[in-house]
Ligand binder design. Structure first.
Ligand code: AMP
Length: 638
């Protein structure tokens, strides 16, 4: 047994012993009395009786040893701003924001909805909330009024923090009119709206409700606001899951468990050199996600700061002003750990590879990628280009930190292309036969990825204000078992590495054969002229469903005429035939220049499927490029 599995095994055999050791990585006001209370499964309560504060752990505890070290580095290639806040300056800004929120009536337990672009004030607002024991509920800036309104009604915030506008690809994206419309639509009305005026767009101020951050900041320039010590189980935030339809699902997270889970992950998974409040000068972490997503919460804001690292908050595209911009930041700020998404890498893959050679990337130790399946060609390309390990990690909004990856901070282990890795400590990951509920123990058997409770620290506590939904959605979907369902298909090889085969809810059933869209995509993307692919199951009178593939070719010239398109379609079908069998062969392969995705890079499979089946495409507020769906319509109609 390797050291890693020993570490992992102990995390399950002696959960309390294991996590009480990890709990030492953070500061406590009063230490926990009971490490785990699992008397009411599936609800796990971690570090019961302990009191702590997330903001203290992210900011205040570093003042003693590294007050003048960089903490938050804000870079906008949209507005050409670049500002570094030291821990001391961050501490001051967060206190000003905390004082402003208190001024507006926010108290412990109140919700503050944050609807903001990627600017430093968004980080101040998040930290200010946890500082005073209020819950933040960050809503991705790309959401429009209807989605925002439903989240306002669910979170019922006392205050909303927002801004005049963001900017995307040089174009001003106004937030304020969308926010006003959302508040009009919502049943719940906040008592105040705190607005950051970036002077990008004129704002219509609603008298008596809207306040300017500039004014309140000035008023509270010298205010001090002490951290509110809260129970470890006190909720720190809610975050709505992406891509779901109907009523949004507010993932609720605790305080102590989350802080411990992030601190532990920084050490064991991200190999941060520092723990606790003291140590040598920190390093820089660059996570390219958005604060609207869980990755942004955990690894733009809390994780790196808890570890005493500087964190880069980036507003802009990976390709503006050119495709070297991220690498220029790696060089300038000596980034040691970078975290991004496969989509971003695929975007960069289409650009001139010379950009990767232009900068000194020697500080970089590893690139972590998550959020969607990492296909082998993309992984190989970036790994060869950067010359550092590419670490895939699989997790969900619900988990808050990686479920499957490689914990190189525990013991170095090889990655396998196409696999996010092995179960992390604290996660008792199983593969389950979805019909019988039986555990699949042997290698190479496909099953539902499920996790046996209790969930480790950092995992969602419940669905905000809906314990029943938490239990019924996640824990009751596998017959005869109280087990957490990830809704992902997976397979484990003989070495224990998992491979994620797509969502169970994106399953295709072709003539009685169950197939994951992901498997077919993987096969298609290994064709040399395929840049990206989406496969969906489409209703078919004969076979129940057939697979349809939409491909972005690397060289569009090849499919410029019908004969060329037919030839490439034939090649791709033959390849799938050869690799997976005729049953998985897509009925049609159609060529487009861009695929419909959310701004966080997730394929909108359901929307594509709806278009193919002549149905309404549903809620498209998160779509990155609306023309992408029109292309699907056009090629389907042909
Ligand atoms: P979200 O909660 O929006 O982050 O989405 C979580 C889902 O994204 C998971 O259930 C998976 O379907 C997918 N996902 C996340 N990370 C990975 C990964 N590394 N490999 C494959 N799928 C992933």
């Amino acid at each position: 047994m390797t050291g890693f599995s020993e570490f992992s095994r102990r995390s399950l055999d002696d959960r309390e012993g294991f996590w009480s050791e990890q709990a030492r990585l953070i500061d406590w006001k009063t230490p926990p009395v009971q490490v785990l209370d699992y008397s009411n499964p599936p609800f796990a309560r971690w570090f019961v009786g302990g009191t702590t504060n997330l903001c203290h752990n992210a900011v205040d505890r570093h003042l003693k040893d590294r007050a003048d070290q960089a903490a938050l580095i804000f870079v906008s290639t949209e507005t050409n701003e670049e500002t570094t806040y030291t821990f001391r300056q961050l501490h001051a800004e967060v206190q000003r924001m905390a004082a402003a929120l208190k001024d507006l009536g926010v108290q412990k337990g109140d919700r503050v909805l944050i609807y903001m672009p990627m600017i430093a004030e968004a980080a101040f607002a998040m930290l200010a909330c946890t500082r005073i024991g209020a819950l933040h509920s960050v809503v991705f800036g790309g959401f429009a009024s209807v989605s925002l309104a439903s989240r306002i009604d669910d979170a019922t915030p006392k205050v909303i923090v927002s801004a005049d506008a963001g900017s995307r690809s040089g174009k001003v994206v106004e937030y304020k009119p969308l926010l006003d419309a959302a508040i009009d639509l919502a049943n719940h009305k906040p008592t105040a709206v705190l607005l950051v005026d970036r002077k990008l767009a004129a704002m219509k101020i609603v008298a008596g409700r809207d306040q300017l951050w500039g004014d309140l900041r000035q008023k509270h320039l010298n205010s001090t606001v002490e951290c509110e010590w809260v129970d470890a189980t006190h909720p720190s935030y809610t975050l709505y899951t992406s891509g779901t339809t109907g009523k949004p699902k507010g993932v609720q997270r605790d305080t102590g468990g989350y802080a411990v889970a992030l601190a532990a992950s920084m050490k064991h998974i991200f190999c941060a050199p520092l723990q606790g409040a003291s140590g040598p000068a920190g390093e820089t972490y660059f996570c390219t996600s958005d604060i609207g997503w869980v990755v942004g919460h955990s690894y733009i804001i809390y994780g790196p700061l808890i570890a005493g690292m500087a964190t880069i908050m980036y507003e802009g595209l990976p390709t503006r002003p050119d495709a070297g911009v991220w690498w220029s930041l790696v060089e300038k700020y000596k980034v040691t750990v970078m975290f991004s998404a496969p989509t971003a890498v695929r975007v960069l893959k289409k650009q001139d590879p010379a950009f990767l050679k232009k900068y000194d990337l020697s500080s970089l130790r590893a690139l972590f990628l998550a959020g969607e399946p990492l296909d082998e060609p993309t992984a190989r390309w970036i790994s060869e280009s950067l010359g550092v390990p590419i670490i895939d990690n699989y997790w969900q909004t619900e988990s808050g930190w990686p479920i499957l990856t490689i914990a190189n901070g525990v013991e170095k282990a090889p990655s396998k292309f196409g696999s996010p890795g092995v179960p992390m400590y604290g996660y008792d990951v199983k593969l389950i036969d979805e019909n019988t509920g039986d555990e699949l123990e042997g290698p190479d058997q496909k099953g539902v990825v499920a996790i046996e409770g209790p969930m480790p620290p950092g995992f969602m506590q419940t669905v905000w204000r809906d314990d029943a939904r938490f239990v019924s959605t996640y824990w009751k979907s596998i017959p005869g078992k109280l087990v957490y369902n990830t809704f992902d298909w997976g397979v484990r090889d003989k070495d224990g590495y998992f491979f994620i085969l797509g969502r169970t809810d994106d399953v295709i059933n072709v003539a009685g054969h169950r197939l994951g869209t992901r498997e077919i995509e993987e096969s298609i993307s290994s064709h040399p002229n395929v840049a990206e692919v989406a496969v969906v199951g489409v209703a078919d009178a004969l076979k129940g469903q057939v697979a349809m593939a939409f491909v972005v070719p690397k060289n569009a010239a090849v499919v410029a005429d019908a004969a060329g398109a037919l030839k490439l379609e034939g090649e791709i079908m033959k390849q799938v035939d050869g690799q997976l069998g005729a049953v998985a062969r897509p009925a049609r392969v159609r060529f487009v220049t861009v695929l419909p995705k959310t701004r966080s890079g997730k394929l909108l499979r359901r929307a594509i499927q709806a278009v193919c089946e002549g149905r309404d495409a549903g809620d498209l507020t998160t779509i990155e490029d609306p023309t992408a769906l029109q292309q699907i319509r056009d090629v389907v109609a042909r």
